[in-house]
Design a protein around this ligand. Sequence first.
Ligand SMILES: [Zn+2]
Length: 656
Amino acid sequence: MRAHFVLQILASDLLKVPTSTHRDLRMKKLDSLRQTLAVATAKANHSSCQHLPLDDQRDFEAAQWGKIADLPAGGVPAPDGRTAWNIAEYDFLDEDCPETVNPSLWRMAQLNKISGLFEVSDGIWQARACDYANMTIIRGESGWILVDPLMTKQTSAAALQMVNEALGERPVSAIILTHTHPDHFGGLKGVTGENPESYPPIYAPAEFMTYAASEGIFGGNQMARRAIYQFGLTLPIGPDGTVDGGIGKSPAKGQRTFVEPNFFIEKTGETQKIDGVNFIFQMASGTEAPAEFTFMLPDHKVLCMAEVCTQTMHNALPPRGAQVRDTLLWARTIDEAIGLFSADADILINCHNWPVWGKANVLTYLEEQRDIYKYIHDQSLRLANHGHTPNEIAEQIAEPDWLCEKFHARGYYGSLKFNARAVYQMYYGFYDGNPVNLHPLSPQKLGARMVDAVGGVEAALQNCRKAIENDDLQWAATLLSHVVFSPAATDEARLMLAEVYRHLGYREESGILRNAYLMGAKELSEGINPIPMVGGRNEELATALSLQDWFDAYAIRLNPDRARDANVILNFKIEEETACVCVARQTEFARINHQSADADLKIIIRKQQLEALASGKLSMEVAIDEGVQVEGAISLCQEWLNLHDNFDLWFNVVTP
Ligand SMILES: [Zn+2]
């Protein structure tokens, strides 16, 4: 595990240089670079959007249409006393765009701030900007059918309360989960309540359970840390901090919950009458999420494209990390939706952003959404087949001409160049074919050698100052990052890199790339500031993992040094299931529905207790008191637990 880098400005190299004259000189140089950067950023932001019709008000009209209520003023409190959600934190967006924000992103940020309950059509409403995603409400015969009950229990409960107060109180008669991402189901218990007896039917796409938990669990700690960067979770909200997340503001900071769905949609064309309302489903699995569907409400002439379509270009690969998404399948799925539904769809809604109104607009929008993913796919591969590597493709791929008039396909969430590299990754993997990259140096070793090669730290910094003066920021960031990763790193280098990241962030059109740069800048200049993590691990979801996934996820924590001499077989009886876990050859393997005759130990335990033991929240002694049965030496069970690593969320990202 890497040690935390904690930069303490007061004890910095900057203050330890021999004389205050040196220090003053360095501070002066840094100040002068800051001014250079501020002037260049203002200019870049001004000129980058000259070709965009930023005054076009049509999206603002579309987003405001049908508004009937607001969440109560003052925000939604979180269980820990903090605020789970308060859209008023974004009131600074009512002002003119400052020089620290890309004007195109500012416009999007204003649109995503339009919050409250909106009537979509007779019997259909949406709660928007009440969390990161939308909750859609459909009037059923006996109650509300809720689509995607937000990310946290507190925000979904607040949204439902707003619905009941505005439209009259009714029970929740059914829940639809369009896909496997937690911003669409973490709030389940805020609308189902806690009593399993009274849970309404919950519909989800086939294989929902395979992916909902596992996608975020195997790679979970790395993904969670990178999600802090993607969503800017420790940044201030404001013109110098986070302004928008493209498909919404930011994930709410409440409690994440889970209830298992009990009805699964298997195929395109499947129809269901849910609480008296007709649904026609289309499978969209493998596009934006590994399990996803869209649906048409034929009696309302409303099409819901889930998150397959949004009012921005989406991610073929989110910067938080995920398995790469198939942009070709994405385009084909939207085209299939055009064929299936567009002739009847008067209104199109999504699970993020605002609706598209009018049949002709729906068709045009769907064609353009389809074409942006097809363009990304085809042009990335055209360039790859010409022999170009990922960074060359990103440099060369051009925005299609029509994008300057179509805000809904612009990169406020995903971005064209990042997505192009994702397409390369999907077809060719991370290796670019050049043998120099078969065994590349680690950032630390490369940094040390780069600094040596340019003649030492001072010479490197001189190069970086020149690059900043020439507004060659990517080169400045690259060289500075080498210095920061070298043993010769100084606070001056870290602070210079922080400034460059900050200004790269200020110029980004993508809200989440902006967040990533600003997070890097913050951690370089202030060190890592662990805060109680918003949401964190969803334990209700973790216990819903299949036993195979649970043990496979636990095996990822096996430390091969500690397991060098381990040779142990454990039989588990976990509620109605059995598992046999074998640790040998520094590897842990679990076979489900199996018991070994040669086991060293048999453990009878509930899944929740196993999860608590593995996370260190439960000791063996208390577990035994709670009824966990161990046949064999209890100490052996503890030894097995001790073979596993714990992961620290707050590992270094922008420093070694
Ligand atoms: Zn989402």
